[in-house]
Design a protein. Structure first.
Length: 368
């Protein structure tokens, strides 16, 4: 037996559209008990809100987020707007007891993130943060392999989130070149830090370098970071290295990681998101090596999209999986990872990395 639920989405751009499409498709893909109804969309102007309403199939549109949050027909809220809007929207929604899904990273500051966690937990309302890449069938399978001990005790992790949309120094300044929340540490780093925490668990200490390479661009100065590197130690004892960049020439979606264990190893690259590379030490020596595993119905969350192995899933499918999880949290009242508190864990690592870069010293994450 299914039940409708009114969805309000703030933002209709890149992620707003992705969430609108996901909410429209999730019931058919996963046969969810709750069936989303696109009730209202909010954008910065009446004209753009009306455009998104018509394009995506919402019942109504507004340019006032308070109207959307307070509307009784909006029963759950998706925040897909800039980080400096997250806290006010989330706090207002939780005050009304409404579930909230918020795109990463939560808020424009560590203070915002902490306040959002407090509001969510005080309200007892379902809450989730949008880390979609870790939800590919391949990365979900990697988590299972690591948790089951398939590759033994983990000794080392290397991760990167690298893209090249600002590799050209003559690319003009935009909103992305202003404010820490829009720099590489605010925009790209959270995804790979989330992956590291998901695969290996908490990070205990780290040192980092955060750098702006192109300080001047046509149209203005750049006041946030282009790339950063980090060396860390996980609570489980493993060593780690991470690199984040928006100037990584040639990289389009370089969300990639390697995990080394005492019995084997794993490699993954989002640019080939339907494959996982697995090495087992106990394979015969003559054939021992990394094997390419193409995802298929035997892997997590693949079958609802396609019955054919190797056919693959895509970016939009990751958002649909997130929508399924959010609806399940609302339906059951059970917390589904990653919650706002899990999102705060990512923000704490980022805060520690920024301080490590500033002081050129190792930082204990638990002190932030």
């Amino acid at each position: 037996m299914t039940k409708p639920i009114g969805i309000g989405i703030l933002g209709g751009g890149y992620m707003g559209k992705a969430h609108a499409v996901a909410m429209s498709a999730v019931g058919a893909v996963f046969n969810t008990a709750l069936r989303p109804r696109l009730e209202m969309v909010c954008a910065s102007t009446v004209a753009s809100a009306e455009h998104y309403r018509s394009a995506f199939g919402f019942a109504r549109a507004t340019d006032d987020w308070q109207v959307l949050v307070s509307d009784p027909k909006v029963e759950a809220i998706v925040i897909a707007t800039p980080q400096d809007t997250h806290r006010a929207v989330a706090e207002a929604a939780f005050a009304l007891g409404k579930p909230v899904f918020c795109e990463k990273p939560m808020g424009a500051s560590l203070e915002d993130a902490r306040a959002m966690v407090s509001a969510a937990e005080a309200a007892g309302a379902p809450n989730m943060v949008g880390f979609n890449y870790i939800r590919t069938p391949a990365s979900q399978f990697a988590r299972q392999l690591i948790a089951s001990g398939e590759i033994g005790d983990i000794t080392w992790f290397r991760g990167e989130h690298t893209e090249d949309f600002f590799a050209d120094p003559n690319a003009p300044a935009t909103w992305r070149t202003s404010g820490d929340a829009n720099g590489t540490m605010g925009d790209l780093a959270p995804h790979m830090i989330n992956a590291a925490l998901a695969l290996l668990g908490p990070i205990s200490s780290l040192i980092a370098e955060v750098e702006t390479v192109h300080t001047d661009r046509p149209g203005g100065k750049v006041d946030n970071d282009d790339h950063a590197q980090m060396m860390c130690r996980f609570t489980n004892g493993a060593m780690g290295q991470m690199y984040f960049s928006r100037i990584a020439t040639g990289r389009k979606m370089g969300y990639a990681y390697e995990v080394t264990g005492t019995k084997g190893a794993i490699r993954f690259d989002q640019e080939d998101q339907n494959a996982l590379w697995l090495y087992r030490m106990d394979d015969p020596e003559a054939t021992r090596g990394f094997r390419k595993i193409l995802t298929g119905p035997a892997h997590p969350d693949y079958l609802p999209f396609c019955q054919g192995p190797g056919h693959g899933t895509g970016y939009q499918d990751q958002i649909i999986i997130e929508a399924r999880d959010f609806l399940y949290a609302i339906e059951t009242g059970k917390a589904v990872w990653p919650t706002f508190r899990d999102g705060l864990d990512v923000n704490l690592v980022i805060a520690a990395a920024m301080e490590a870069s500033r002081t050129k010293s190792w930082q204990n994450v638990e002190t932030f």
